[in-house]
Write a protein that binds this ligand. Structure first.
Ligand code: CA
Length: 234
């Protein structure tokens, strides 16, 4: 089955270009002009399940951020790539804190969009800098398999998004040493290290649910108070 992408973009010209290019990559694209329309589509359980949403922030009616918040509040974990019209850090941070998996600032190169989409679909690594591919590594009873964007634990396989994997890889490279929040923001999210956001902590709690026997009392992915995080030595 070809991956199904929901594209939410009201600008006709851009939306048509994106559809054309994503379809040329072998994806199936359903296009929506408003947040309301895509939410209605997601509410119809008989429709095929989507693999990814590309969501513009500036939409008529509900904004992309509102759509994102509603979905996450409802427990929908569809990977979401946000499109933002400006590179204002506040808007990006707002998006990430609301549960976006990644973002792109307009105007963007199509090659970058395609690379981000591939990363979010967990099939390939991201192009350019950012995620470093590593051999599979173990954290306690869990095995992280970077080339498949997967984590295995007790015979169960769970998918990882590009950012979840990027964070685990950074901690693995520095294994045993503390990594600051600022460095994580810079390396994994390409944000200014001083950016005020809870995104790192949100992702750490998601990862703990996957790797810790008791996520409320972590023994592998430890907090380093007022600084950042550390992965215990393997
Ligand atoms: Ca728009």
């Amino acid at each position: 089955m070809d991956p199904l992408i929901l594209l939410v973009e009201d600008e006709e010209h851009l939306a048509r270009g994106l559809c054309f290019n994503l379809e040329a990559e072998g994806y199936v694209v359903e296009r929506f002009e408003t947040g309301e329309a895509v939410l209605e589509r997601l509410g119809q359980h008989e429709s095929p399940a989507a693999d990814l949403m590309v969501l513009d922030i500036m939409l008529p009616g509900m904004s992309g951020i509102e759509v994102l918040r509603m979905l996450r509040k409802a427990g929908n974990e569809l990977p979401i790539l946000l499109l933002t019209a400006c590179s204002r850090d506040e808007e990006i941070v707002d998006g990430l804190d609301s549960g976006a998996d990644d973002y792109l600032t307009k105007p963007f190169a199509l090659s970058v969009l395609k690379a981000r989409v591939r990363g979010l679909l967990r099939r390939y690594t991201r192009e350019g800098n950012g995620t470093v591919l590593l051999a599979p590594f173990r954290i306690g009873e869990t095995t992280v398999v970077p080339e498949r964007f997967e984590i295995e634990r007790a015979g169960q396989v769970m998918p990882l998004t590009a950012k979840e994997l990027g964070l685990l890889q950074l901690l693995q490279i520095r294994r045993g040493r503390a990594v600051s929040r600022g460095e994580i923001l810079e390396q994994v999210w390409e944000l200014d290290p001083g950016t005020h956001t809870r995104v790192v902590d949100t992702f750490v709690s998601r990862l703990r649910k996957m790797i810790e026997p008791d996520p409320s009392r972590p023994c592998f992915l430890l907090s380093v108070r007022s600084f950042g995080y550390r992965l215990v030595e393997g």
